[in-house]
Design a protein around this ligand. Structure first.
Ligand code: ADP
Ligand code: GLC
Length: 487
């Protein structure tokens, strides 16, 4: 790396393996690691949740500042990511972060009532590290914010005097906007003048994400297609106008995947490892999975996997209908997920009706997700919208062609098995356009027909397995973006 390489602060509310609720954690663990491997001076900034503190037992004091919103001081601790040399800064303020429960929600599933201050503090600390207030030896030249939880950072920098490093705001999911009442403006120590349309006001409230989108120097999202989609009403979630206005500084950079962690040749979670040349071993994983899940031991029954949060975004209702329809046609399903209780119950009931064809596991299980990716024949992602999505990439790598709604990152990462792509040998999965039950059923049936033709199917599997989804390419694109900013 040249000496001119900028110092980057990567601010995030979750990062694998410290703490994870979804794909944001995968990205926040892997992208800074890929940049670090390229020689970039980058540090992650994350709240000091219990899981973070226990995995970083040797953290040392990096800096401290008074908590602007509550009594006492906030410590910024420095450590390394587990089994890595990548530096991580931890925002330690126990009353906000060191408590039992999830990062955003209490044990019962309700949002923490003080999220406005908790993530206000994360944003504030990110900004403070870039400001003249930070007198430590390391000051970032650029701040890379992720999702609403860090959205206020560019707003603080805009109103504070002194040093103002540029800010990149990455949107991983526009549906979560961090909206709070206007009374939070003084609590967050934001100036009253910021509360206007040309600022962080959002339909009468304050939105952390709008603040990020409005004040950041550059906006990115996690796929090129999603970057276009969010400029329109259907997927703009109310922010389409501003995003369209800022389109000159908005771009999409596709996520990668961790090719080490997701590698069927080396995966320690699998009973049988395999590659494109030993697909026979994939069949052994299928038999082991059918056994583990109590499905009929049938090598010829197509086995479709679903691993996702159970929620509107992921099209869980559509999946429910498709499972109901196609189990009757001999298709097997293995679902792993958790989320909205009513849909969880509906899935569980359906599994009771078809115990030999449908398996439903409600919960979060990293190891099982690897076994399902390896043992299934196909992977279903009927997402209403998908900023990028990771499982369709894991699936291709595991020789498990994805069947997905043609939206967002799914369009950018799956080559649809049209006659043209099948003929040219680069097809890797199936896309359906209409978000309807007949269209999704038909896509699964189309996959099942090709599955019955082993030669075509193996071509599809091996085209997917050969694709390079590594972080390297995306990391280089981010680096190019960092370097394009005035620092
Ligand atoms: P999102 O972040 O919108 O949930 P992504 O596809 O980007 O969607 O990332 C989801 C990540 O979480 C993937 O790594 C996926 O394997 C994982 N995941 C989701 N639900 C579960 C679950 N129940 N058990 C294990 N892993 C899960
Ligand atoms: C969000 C999106 C998902 C994306 C992930 C990581 O959770 O829902 O599509 O892959 O962020 O960027």
């Amino acid at each position: 790396m040249t000496p001119a390489s900028p110092k980057i602060l990567f601010a995030t509310s979750e990062a694998h393996p410290l703490i994870k609720t979804g794909g944001l954690a995968d990205v926040s663990g892997a992208l800074p690691a890929a940049l670090h491997a390229l020689g970039v001076d980058i540090k992650i900034l994350i709240p000091g949740y219990p899981a973070v503190l226990t995995q970083c037992p040797h953290a040392t004091l990096f800096a401290q500042l008074p908590n602007p919103f509550a009594p006492g001081r906030v410590e910024i601790l420095e450590s390394r990511m587990p089994e890595s040399t990548l530096p991580v800064l931890i925002v330690r303020y126990d009353a906000f972060f060191n408590r039992e429960g999830g990062p955003y929600q209490q044990v019962g599933g309700d949002d923490w009532l003080d999220n406005v201050l908790r993530f206000g503090l994360l944003s504030y600390v990110a900004a403070w590290l870039g400001s003249s207030g930070n007198a430590s030896a390391w000051q970032p030249d650029l701040i890379h914010c992720n999702d609403w939880q860090t959205g206020l950072a560019p707003a603080y920098l805009r109103f504070w005097p002194g040093r103002k490093p540029p800010v990149i705001m990455t949107i991983h999911n526009l549906a979560y906007q961090g909206v709070f009442g206007p009374e939070s403006i003084p609590l967050l120590q934001l100036p009253a003048e910021s509360f206007k349309m040309q600022g962080l006001e959002y339909y009468g409230n304050l939105s952390f994400l709008k603040a990020g989108v409005f004040y950041a120097d550059r906006i990115t999202t996690v796929s090129p297609t999603y970057a276009r989609e969010i400029q329109h009403e259907t997927l703009g979630f109310g922010m389409q106008g501003l995003l369209h206005e800022r389109r000159a500084v908005l771009s999409g950079i596709l996520n990668g995947i961790d090719m080490q962690e997701w590698d069927p040749q080396r995966d320690p979670h699998l009973p049988h490892r395999y590659s494109a040349k030993q697909l026979g071993n994939k069949a052994k994983n299928k038999a082991a999975l059918q056994q583990e899940l109590g499905l009929a031991l049938d090598a010829h029954a197509p086995l479709v996997a679903i691993i996702s949060r159970i929620t509107y975004q992921k099209g869980s209702y559509l999946a429910l209908g498709v499972m109901h329809d196609l189990a009757r046609e001999g298709v097997q399903f293995a679902l792993l997920g958790m989320g909205e209780t009513a849909i969880e119950l509906a899935f569980a009931n359906l599994a009771l009706e078809h115990p030999d064809r449908i398996s439903v596991t409600i919960g979060y299980a990293e190891d099982m997700s690897h076994r399902i990716e390896a043992g299934a024949d196909m992977f279903l992602m009927p997402s209403h919208y998908e900023p990028c999505g990771l499982n369709q990439m894991y699936s291709q790598r595991y020789g498990t062609p994805p069947i997905a709604h043609a939206t967002g990152g799914l369009v950018d990462t799956i080559v649809n098995a049209t006659p043209t792509h099948l003929a040219s040998g680069d097809a890797t999965g199936f896309l359906f356009r209409e978000m309807t039950r007949p269209a999704c059923n038909e896509a699964v049936r189309r996959a099942v027909r090709l599955y019955r033709d082993p030669q075509v199917w193996q071509q599809l599997q091996s085209a997917g397995m050969q694709r390079d989804f590594s972080w390297q390419n995306s990391a280089l694109e981010y680096l190019k973006l960092y370097r394009s900013l005035p620092i």
